[in-house]
Design a protein around this ligand. Structure first.
Ligand code: NDP
Length: 509
């Protein structure tokens, strides 16, 4: 497969996916990756990962448990005590950049794996895979420029700092952006000199396993370890492990709290990137067409399964009708379909459970008094085996409704109107989350005032909604998490700072 051949596969949806599955399975072992080799689970159990478009099994992967986590942590510690730990920052950087080159050389295949396992339109998966690699490359370069400080003192003391890796770090990722979120964490973790043990989500383990296999010739054994399995069986042992010096988690807020509690036992520091219910505030002077475009992308991309999706629109009442009409038209213009076909712009939800959750929320919204302006389940026999939901817009939503307060994690926009600036900001902040926000206005001063007043870790003004860039901090206020990823400083999450105090004697010569 090559980048310009989205329509490489032909036939019915079942046929294109069966052909893609054969191609994917020819790429690698898709076993757990520990100590530089593919391994099965200690207990020998496996579980299936499904193709969300057709509901069929792609393959099985090891159902790892505590014993496998122990083995992965031991392999990581061996790497830190051995070759990987001996690398200079420049050598680590070179190794990471060599991995990036290898991944880049296989980017089309990686994207195919990501598309098939995650139900993403292939074109989107390719863009995301390249984007994910940008973060690995970024951190490989950041570490080359990393510095400590010297503290000004008198003549008889010299104080300087060192940034030292924790050793082995535990990383836990969700299913919505498997490679991207893995590399957001692996980039700074590896660059800082740690070995990593990473547990991908049970629904989407394949792209990371393939990326790990592609590290075989470029990363020393044990620097990168991947344990596949279920949260309680493989994730929890990682968060509780005394050999793990740092935990970084992305996922649901409830799970994040469990992770945080588990980490208290060993006083393990945690970075948490949790959910959101991010507002997009549209002021009356906004360029409505542009705002419609940006909001539609912000809520419907990846079928709404983004932690920073702008899942609440707050629009000024004077322009609410025009904006909503535009958004509905845009929603209806998106094309749910076979993710391996060029024209498809929206794929299915990840699982039957997610489909049920999202469609239940749409029904709940109607019961709560909202109007469903467009959306609902996809009615297409060709897609009947997949978990498709049409882009949905709920209007006449009050901010205290559950559909305005809870993370739906699907292609469902809720629209609420406001009259005054203060009301807009109150509504924007009246949720327990604070991950992201959008602002649309042609008034510079208003834009910056709103950006300051909204409680969110990222604010996008007039476009590019929800695209963190390498170097731009990404993380949440309030219950959306602790810490920032993607930025230069994220590397500090993966190091401990040591102050060295050197007594300088009087020269005795
Ligand atoms: P979870 O928070 O349950 O899962 C995220 C990761 O944590 C997965 O790898 C999961 O493993 C693992 N995990 C689960 N339980 C534990 C545990 N006790 N200790 C350590 N790790 C654990 O999210 P889900 O994937 O189940 O999705 C549920 C909901 O979370 C979605 O409907 C959505 O609303 C939200 N979500 C939010 C995301 C965000 O970025 N804000 C991302 C993904 C989901 P396993 O996959 O095996 O359960």
């Amino acid at each position: 497969m090559t980048s310009d051949s989205v329509d490489y596969y032909e036939g019915t949806v079942k046929e294109t996916h069966a052909a893609a599955r054969r191609d994917v399975l020819a790429l690698g072992e898709f076993d757990a990756w520990i100590g530089g080799e593919s391994v099965t689970a200690t207990e020998g159990e496996r579980f299936a990962t499904l193709d969300p478009v057709v509901g069929d099994e792609i393959c099985t992967v090891p159902r790892c448990t505590g014993a496998d986590v122990d083995a992965a942590v031991a392999a990581g510690q061996d790497a830190v005590d051995g070759e990987w730990g001996d690398y200079t920052p420049q050598e680590r950087s070179n190794a990471m950049l060599a991995w990036v080159d290898t991944l880049q050389a296989n980017v089309d295949d990686l994207a195919l794996v990501e598309s098939l396992d995650g139900g993403k339109p292939l074109k989107h998966a390719l863009v995301e895979t390249k984007y994910a690699l940008d973060f690995l490359e970024y951190y490989a370069k950041v570490i080359q420029a990393d510095e400590g400080i010297t503290v000004p003192t008198g003549d008889n003391l010299h104080v300087y700092t060192r940034h030292e890796p924790y050793g082995v770090v535990g990383l836990i990722t969700p299913w919505n952006f498997p490679l991207t979120i893995s590399f957001w964490k692996l980039g700074p973790a590896l660059a800082a000199g740690n070995a990593a043990v990473i547990k991908p989500a049970e629904q989407t383990p394949l792209s990371l396993l393939y990326a790990a296999e592609l590290s075989a010739d470029v990363l020393p054994d044990g620097a990168l370890n991947v344990v596949t399995g279920f949260g309680e069986e493989a994730g929890a042992p990682l968060t509780e492990h005394p050999g793990v010096g740092k935990v970084s988690f992305t996922g649901e807020d409830v799970t994040g709290k469990t992770v945080m509690r588990a980490a208290t036992e060993n006083v393990t520091p945690v970075t948490l990137e949790l959910g959101g219910k991010s507002p997009y505030v549209i002021f009356p002077d906004a360029d409505i067409e542009k705002a419609v475009r940006d909001v539609a992308h912000g809520i419907f991309y990846n079928a709404g399964q983004s932690c920073d999706a702008c899942s609440r629109v707050l629009v000024h009442e004077d322009i609410a009708e025009e904006f909503t009409e535009g958004l509905v038209a845009r929603a209806e213009g998106l094309t749910p379909g076979d993710t391996l076909v060029e024209g498809t712009t929206i794929g299915p939800l990840i699982s039957a459970a997610q489909f049920e959750k999202v469609t239940d929320y749409v029904e709940l919204g109607k019961e709560e008094g909202a109007t469903c302006a467009t959306g609902g389940a996809v009615d297409d026999d060709d897609l009947a085996d997949g978990w498709y939901v049409r882009p949905t817009v709920l209007t006449e939503v009050d901010n205290d409704m559950r559909v305005a307060q809870e993370e739906i994690f699907g292609p469902v926009e809720v629209v609420t109107t406001f009259e005054t600036y203060d009301e807009a900001i109150d509504l924007a902040n009246d949720v327990e989350f604070g991950l992201a926000a959008g602002v649309a206005t042609e008034n510079n001063s208003l834009a910056h005032r709103a950006a300051a007043d909204i409680e969110a870790g990222s604010v996008w003004i007039n476009g590019n909604y929800a695209t963190p860039i390498p170097g731009g901090p990404f993380g949440g206020y309030k219950q959306s998490g602790i810490g920032r990823e993607c930025s230069r400083d994220a590397i500090r999450h993966y190091t401990q700072e040591k102050a060295v105090h050197v007594a300088l004697d009087e020269p005795s010569l």
